[in-house]
Design a protein. Structure first.
Length: 249
């Protein structure tokens, strides 16, 4: 129904922006006095939060005149829902920053990695949206997981990519250096081997968040507390040696 389309618009607005599209006072004024609510100003903050297609989609779903809202069938035909995700490409700055985050994460202790995995579930909406948008650019198949090929594709599309200094080229048995077809490809393979916690050949969304987020959770009491609660098995109020062994396994 048209009411469901409104609900869909509200939910997607919350996911993209982190807030309701209209305040209660705004809607009350519209119902009682016929006052026009403000435009969806929160959606004009740039492509990092929402594209022009998504803004148009939301404006249609959140039309106050229910007779002008699209039907469920019409919503499914909207351009935003049929975007070719393969056209979403990381910028050079995003790729370089992500590569450095991968390197930094690979150098962390197992305990710090576990802390970041726990803290990643409690990121604020603004931080989460930026990381979600980046993950979507990498996850071109919308599987919720990143493969080695996904990362190679993203990095390979950046022509002037600055390789992190951690790239390691092993020597072969004859004493000569191995020369991979692409240094970028070799680097991605090395990082995937290092960071594939479960040896599944993929990095899931939660793992990606832990890798790509800021690693300085010591300066964030909310995230440090989230990490502590993740370690404190049974909510005892303290972390035991057994707890630590459990979280780093």
């Amino acid at each position: 129904s048209r009411c469901d389309i409104w609900s869909l618009g509200v939910i997607i607005h919350m996911l993209l922006v982190g807030d309701f599209p209209y305040s209660l006072d705004c809607l009350s004024a519209f119902v009682s006095e016929g006052t026009d609510p403000h435009e969806l100003d929160a959606l004009s903050c740039g492509d990092e939060v929402a594209t022009s297609e998504s803004r148009d989609f939301l404006r249609q779903c959140l039309s106050l005149d229910f007779t002008t809202r699209p039907t469920a069938n019409e919503v499914q035909q909207h351009k935003w829902l049929s975007l070719d995700t393969t056209m979403l490409v990381c910028s050079e700055d995003e790729a370089v920053d992500l590569a450095n985050r991968f390197v930094d994460f690979s150098r962390l202790t197992p305990l710090k990695r576990a802390a970041l995995l726990s803290a990643a579930r409690h990121l604020g909406s603004y931080e989460l949206e930026g990381l979600r948008a980046l993950f979507s650019k990498l996850d071109t198949r919308s599987k919720g997981q990143l493969t080695t090929d996904d990362l190679r594709r993203a990095i390979g599309q950046v022509p002037t990519f600055l390789m992190p200094p951690s790239l390691h080229v092993e020597d072969d048995a004859s004493g000569g250096a191995k020369h991979p077809t692409s240094p970028k490809s070799a680097w991605v393979g090395q990082m995937m081997t290092t960071l594939d916690f479960e040896q599944s050949g993929t990095i899931d969304y939660s793992q990606f968040l832990a890798i790509a987020m800021s690693h300085d959770i010591e300066t964030r009491p909310d995230l440090a507390w989230a990490a502590f609660r993740g370690f404190d098995v049974g909510n005892k109020g303290f972390v035991s040696c057994t707890d630590l062994e459990h979280v780093v396994e």
